[in-house]
Design a protein around this ligand. Structure first.
Ligand code: LLP
Length: 447
């Protein structure tokens, strides 16, 4: 992969996403902040997000979808930091949640329950109860068994549950196999042909307010044609249901809009809006989309430092302090995130390096990168396009801390999640009583 310098990148990048990243006098800037200056204040590795990039993405999408009056619910799983959620919520964005934890995060960020949709194949009874108790806008039902559970819980709470059925349209999203969700045999949604009978059953239950249908065919879609196929199937199903006198007033069109991981333009949101317009906007339903990655992915950097250099075979290898537990995407999906040196001297020597993390797994490799400046110990780098499914998928594998997250807005930055410590981790643990009477509850403060 060729690394572009600031000017080349600016020339190739769409105005929207990469305006907030630039090189000034060889220093990488995120908005008005030198990333090196942040790294002087906060130990690497850490995540760093550009608020302007997120706001601009939201505003652009809202603008493009404006003519079909489609509302936007951010898929919280992509980046669940409460400050990021508040940024989006303050702009008017709703939230798509998939767990009780995400529900509490969205509420903590100030999102109104009337702007929350609850997706996922395995909502627990406790999660469903809590969602109904706070007055959630919509629960997306993924199986007949879940429908029964929601009806029973609603009855016991004396509430009506607002539901839509998530349809599995049997459409190939043409994306990575591990993030494709709309093919027959995937665990998500309910087969098209099963919907009419279930819809009739649900409409007959006074505890259920059956609002419509939902679909989500996969993530990181770069070719938009599968959306057209899925939405056409959805529109046909609406016609079938209406011909049987069922009320269908709401369609949730899912998320999945991809981004370019090499600073290219990525899919055209205008084209996406057009597909919505042409397939479902004439059927008189409230429309919602659930983008995650597209809103936050390009806004994030994972900032890291070179620990050591070594040769592995014939390959110059830099061992950095970030690892697969911080950013799982390379080892899980063979994803390649672009790399930006924090200091980039134009015209200096360049080299190819394999970048790897310290975790004891052969798959803890970020990739092989051409055109990097000569690295030395202590050199700082940033993995780009790391704002989605980065921090939210991180783990503490190898007893590594969950790292800090930082939000930049103009020339200011704030830590929006402090780095965890080993004390925080130990505080959750205790010996079994037959071993010792030790608990580690005070470890968080003692260590
Ligand atoms: N709605 C539903 C029901 C979903 O399952 C998802 C993502 C979204 C919306 C948001 O999709 P997005 O717009 O972000 O593509 N960890 C993977 C991605 C997993 C996506 C899971 N579902 C990755 O890092 O590529």
């Amino acid at each position: 992969m060729t690394l572009l310098n600031g000017n080349e990148r600016a020339a190739r990048s769409p105005a929207l996403h990469h305006d907030s990243f630039s090189y000034e006098s060889g220093q990488l800037f995120i908005e008005g902040m030198s990333v090196n200056e942040i790294a002087d204040a906060i130990p690497t590795p850490f995540y760093c997000y550009s608020a302007a990039t997120i706001s601009n993405a939201y505003r652009l999408l809202a603008d493009k979808l404006g003519s079909s009056r489609t509302s936007i619910c951010f898929a919280v799983k992509a980046n669940s930091n409460v400050s990021v959620l508040r940024l989006l919520s303050d702009l008017g964005c709703g939230m798509d949640i998939v767990s009780g934890g995400e529900l509490e995060r969205a509420l903590a960020a100030g999102t109104q329950p009337s702007k929350l949709v609850f997706s996922g194949v395995g909502k627990t009874r406790a999660e469903i109860s809590r969602a109904l108790a706070v007055g959630i806008h919509q629960i997306n039902v993924e199986s007949p068994a879940e429908l029964d559970a929601i009806r029973d819980i609603a009855r016991s709470l004396g509430r009506r549950a607002p539901i839509v059925f998530r349809v599995n349209p049997d459409v190939d999203a043409k994306t990575h196999a591990k993030i494709s969700t709309g093919k027959k045999g995937d665990k998500f949604g309910i087969a098209l042909e099963e919907i009419p009978e279930l819809y009739a059953k649900a409409e007959a239950s006074p505890e259920l307010d059956v609002a419509g249908l939902a679909v989500h065919i996969g993530s990181q879609l770069l070719d938009l044609s599968p959306y057209r196929a899925a939405y056409e199937r959805l529109a046909d199903l609406v016609k079938t249901l209406r011909s049987r006198s069922h009320q269908v007033r709401r369609l949730d069109l899912g998320g999945g809009l991809g981004i370019s991981y090499d600073f290219g333009a990525g899919p055209d949101v205008g084209e996406y809006a057009k597909i919505i317009e042409e397939t479902v906007s004439s059927i008189d339903c409230e429309l919602t989309v659930e983008p995650g990655r597209w809103l936050v992915g390009p806004a994030g950097l994972l900032v890291t430092e070179v620990l050591y250099l070594k040769n592995t075979g014939n390959m110059a290898t830099a061992i950095v302090d970030a690892a697969m537990n911080d950013l799982m995407r390379p080892s899980l999906y063979s994803a390649v995130h672009p790399v930006l040196p924090l200091q980039n001297i134009d015209g200096g020597d360049s080299s190819t390096y394999q970048l790897v993390g310290p975790v004891c797994e052969t798959s803890d490799v970020f990739g092989s990168y051409e055109g990097l400046p000569k690295l030395r110990e202590g050199a700082r780098l940033a993995f780009g396009c790391a704002g989605a499914y980065g921090a939210s998928m991180a783990s503490t594998y190898n007893s590594r801390d969950l790292i800090a997250e930082v939000l930049v807005d103009g020339a200011q930055f704030r830590v929006i999640r402090r780095r965890q410590t080993i004390g925080d981790l130990l505080a959750l643990e205790a010996d079994a009583p037959w071993q010792s009477s030790n608990t580690y509850a005070d470890a968080a403060t003692a260590l």
